[in-house]
Structure formats: C-alpha cells, structure tokens
Design a protein around this ligand. Sequence first.
Ligand SMILES: Nc1ncnc2c1ncn2[C@@H]1O[C@H](COP(=O)(O)OP(=O)(O)OP(=O)(O)O)[C@@H](O)[C@H]1O
Ligand SMILES: [Mg+2]
Length: 675
Amino acid sequence: MSSRNMNSENTNTAANTLSAAGTNTAGAAAGAGMQTASVANKTADKAARVASLKRRYSKYASSAGGGMRGPGPGGPGRRGRNAAQQPIAKGAMKDSGKTIRRIFGYLDEDKPKMLIAFACVLVSTVTNLAGSYMLRPIINTYIAPLDGSRGDAAGLFRSLLVMAAIYLAGVAANYLQARTMLNIAQNALQRIRDDLFTKMQELPVRFYDNNNNGDLMSRFTNDVDVLGQMLSNTLVQLFSGALSIIGTLALMIYTNIWLTLVTLLMMPLMLKAGGAVAMRSRKYFKSLQESLGAVNGYVEETVSGQKVVKVFCHEDVAKEEFNILNDDLRENQIKAQFFGGLMGPVMNCLSQVNYSLTAAIGGVLCVLRGFDIGGLTVFLNYSRQFSRPVNEISQQVSQVFSALAGAERVFAVMDEKPEPADDADAVALAPMQGHVILDHVYFGYNPDKTILKDISLYAKPGQKIAFVGSTGAGKTTITNLINRFYDIQSGTITIDGVDIKHLKMDNLRENIAMVLQDTHLFTGTVRENIRYGRLDATDEEVVQAAKTASAHSFIMRLPKGYDTELTGDGANLSQGQRQLLNIARAAISKAPILILDEATSSVDTRTERHIEHGMDRLMKDRTTFVIAHRLSTVRNANAIMVLEKGEIIERGDHDDLLAQKGRYYELYTGLSELD
Ligand SMILES: Nc1ncnc2c1ncn2[C@@H]1O[C@H](COP(=O)(O)OP(=O)(O)OP(=O)(O)O)[C@@H](O)[C@H]1O
Ligand SMILES: [Mg+2]
C-alpha cells in the first residue's frame, strides 16, 4: 500500500508517472498470476481459514459494529438509518423494559424540554396535515368551484397565503423540535459518558485484568454513539410517525371511506414485502457485522504490533490473512447492501401501485358518485403520506433494538462492582509512619489458585526491603496487596498497627508512592508528568525530583527541557528514560512508603548507581520495598526476601544470605539453574 502511495505522489514528471504505472501494472500482473494459480486451493480451505480468522478476531466486534463501520446502504452519513443496517444483537430483548426506563432516567433532568419538543412535533404534524387538507376547499372553492362557476384568483391567493403561513409554522416547529431534541440527547449522552467514565475510575484493577481494552473503548464510543442516534432521531420519529398515521388515517376516513379501504388493504402487502426484505438483509447484516469486526480487530492488532510483524517478516502472511478477511467483508457488504438497498425500490413500487389504484378508483368515484376533485387530490396526497411513516417506523424498530443492545453493554459496565467502599469506621492515618506488617498472608488472583503462601514480614520506616526471585514468583503480587489493588484471602496486612482493610482507601494510596513494573506516561509535558506524583509540587521540587532520579540531565537535553511534550506513553523517549521519569514521579511524592518494582531494569548500570545515591536520600525515613532482578541493586537492603513459587524461602541481609549458600547464593553467583 505504501508503494502505491509513493507512486501517486511521484506523478510530477512524465517519466515518473510512466515508471510508476509500469510498476503498478507489473505488480498487478504478478499478483493476478499468483492468484489464478492458487485459486483452486484457496477456495477449498478459504472457508475454513475465514472461519478461524473470524473466530480469533471478531471479538472486537461490538453490538455497534466495532470501531470501523462501513457506510450503510444509504451511503456514508446515513449510518444506522436503514431498516436492516444494524442487526439486532443477541440478548437485545433481555429485560428491555428496564433498560428503557434507565435510558429515560437520563432524560429526566430535561423533562420540560422534552415537553417542548413533543409539543413541537404535535404542531408540525398537525400543520402538515391541515396544510395538505386545505387543498380540498381551495380547489373546490377557488380553482374548480363545485357549482361550476369560474375560479376566484384573489380568493385563491389569499388562501394560498394562509396555507403558506400554516406550513411555515410547521417548519418552525420542526426546527425548534430538532434543536431541542439534539440538546436533550447530547445532555443525556454527556451524563452517560460521565457516569461511565466515573465508574471506570472506581472499578478495581481486577476488572481491567478480565476485560479487553478494545472492547471497553468500543462501549465508550460506538455503543454510546448508537444510543445517541436513537435519542436524537428515533424517539421523535416514532412519535411523529405514530401521530401522522393516526392523523392521516382520520382525515382519509373523513375524506372518503372507500378509498381508505383500498389503502388499508394494500398495507398488509407492503408490510409483508418490507418484512421479508428486512429479514433477508438482517441475516446478511449480521455476517457483515462479524466480518467488519474481524477486519477491525486484525488491523488493530497489526498496527499495534507492527514492529513485531516486521521483526519476524510476517508482512506477507499478514497481507494474505488480511486479504482473506477483506474478501469476506466485500462479499458480505455486497449481499447486505444489495438487500438493504432493495427495500426502497420494493416499497416504492408497492406505493406506486397503491397510488395508481387509488387514483383510478377515485377517478371512477368522481365520475360516477360525484366525489369532489379537491377530495381526490388531498386523498392521493394522504395515501402517499400514509405509507411513509409506516415504513419509517418499521425501519426505526431495528435502530431501537441496536441502541438498546448498546445501552445494555454500557449499563453492564456501570453495574460492575466498584472497589469496596470504605468501612463506616475506616480511619485515616495522618501522618502515616510506615510500619508495614504482613502476617501469614495468603492470596490468589482466583480464589481456587493460591499464588502467595504464608507471607510474613515486618518493615520499619527507613528500612529497605528487597524481593528477589525468579520470574512469576509473586514479587509484583505482594506489592499489589499492600496498596489493595487486590484484597488478600487470609492473614492480615497492617500499617502502623491498623489493618489496611480499615484504612480509608485514599489515605492508604496517598501514602504509597509506586513505580510500577510497566511504565506509563500521560500525554503532557515532562513537568506535568513528574508533577502527577504530587499536584501541588513547585517547579523547584519537580527539578529536585528529576535530579534524585538522575533524569535531570537527559531532560535538559530534550528540545524544550521540562516543557517537552510527551505523546503516546512517552514514545519519543528511550525505555530507560521512561523509567527515570516514573521514578521522578514517585520521588516527588512525600509518601512514607515507597515501592519500586523493577524501577531501573532498563537503565544502564552507571545511571543506576547514580540513582542509588539520590535514592538513598529519598529512602531515608521511608519504608521502601524494592524488586530487582539485578541483585547488585539490592545488596544494601536491610532485608532481602527470596521468593520462590509464592513462598519466602530465604530471608536475611546480603551477607547472611550469601553465607547460607542457598537460593540467593545461587542467584547471586549465577549458579542457579532453571528447573
Ligand atoms: N492479574 C493476574 N491474574 C491472574 N494471575 C496473575 C495475574 N498477575 C500475575 N498472575 C500470576 O501470579 C504469579 C505471580 O506473578 P507476579 O507478577 O507477582 O510475578 P513476579 O514475581 O512479579 O514476576 P516478574 O519477575 O516476571 O515480574 C504468576 O504466576 C502469574 O501468572
Ligand atoms: Mg513483577
């Protein structure tokens, strides 16, 4: 794809154009050759590969169709307006009443505005009906008077003015209605997004372990989006559609009962035909949705993993797999859009039949039964108008279902259990000293699989406790328990003698500064990122923290120093530099407990020694937990805990442990063997 882009950019000179065209043709020919050769094989196992790829990648598809949505049959910009475009997601019917009530709950605050909007709908529908009905007296009195006299131009002009005024009022009401509904819908969406985001901030770490980020993002964007579509369009359309149907029907009966019967007899036929087309296309739209999700997922994964793709030269495989998915998407698009597009013409045709039939029978009635021309004219109008809302409502129904499905996905997140609230008698330690005691602690991420077994330790302020041990031994897990990312299954963890379960969560986390094993930086300047550790820190303190973390000198070499913007998790920094900023962010906090999880694993040994000097000052009077694979960095710890398979198998200071000639000795001297 990139070569094609380059080619199209190089079209300045004829030579370039020619060579570019040449390459393209050659490429295309070769591609075509390859394709023909392998077509037979491909068709054989294509279905299987499509199925397998779809199974793996369509998890990204949400009820609303994943991040990338294809234009609907109505073309781009009319997304979600066609009857069958959004398939009814499974479970959409599940307790819809409750979901609807909940959605309406978000509209509650704007009740007065809702009343205005619906009043406007009423006005616009009534004026529309009245305006078209006026044609009858106008024709019968001024154009072709029933008594056979000549028409009256002045009278005609006057009544046309009245008619225009009526229509104008309708247009104004319509405009007001659209603006008000837009306002109401956006207010509701804002509240929903607010609630969802607030909820996401309250959810425990465990929730994020178990849920796919892409899926969460899609709830936030796509699902909220479909819901918004429903609120701003569908509600009003359903209401005005229903009003129009009732009003039109009443006027039709009033105008001529026999012609009304003709239209009413045509209706079931139209509904049946429309339903049949919708059923077929719904089936294809469902497959389309899956294909779209798969393509989406594949692109997402390939983009984020592009480096790995390149490292392992998987470009060709990626292209081939993408082609398969893309092909499948194209086929499903064509089928779905064909049936989706069939709806309009079929309905149109039936509505024309209805029109002609009504006109013919109406004409006969005029000639034989003295039915007035004005009456026939308005009736023909109405019979056209009548099928429109019927169509519209049947189309909106599927929109409602997909919005409900989206709303359910949004509400599902909102109903997740948040982090447990503080106990009524929870205390706040101010100031916190930092005596941390773990007493016979047992823990497993799943209750039935214990990861940490019988962990006991005591750390005093000013002490440095190190955890060492092989990968997966449970070092990070211990630190995650101290700040209550997870709650322990048995045993106790106390800080200054208070069980952390009885501490206010904010108080606990405020007092623990942490450098996580996975670094993370936010979009913003270097200064803002460091200040994230303590928002009221002065500029001098930011610089001081950077110096402590040995980050100052590299920051000064950045184009704008402390004001350099970081983007995409610090993509413009080296891994070690990212770690130094994470350390500076922890260093700026005045928390009495400090946890460093592999904080310097990507930093060179010289810088690491540098940091140590700064850190020694930082750790003074604080309780520090350090995790490090590079044992040289933990040598000076007051106590070193050697963890193996979730148990502390050795403990003591560096010299003790070396003297024991156990696991630590093996790790330190490089004698350890992998089991
Ligand atoms: N979120 C999680 N859900 C379930 N199991 C987990 C989770 N995080 C870690 N584990 C499991 O817990 C065990 C301990 O993991 P932990 O992250 O504490 O190891 P570690 O000692 O920090 O290893 P490393 O040195 O690689 O960082 C591992 O076996 C891992 O599979
Ligand atoms: Mg770890």
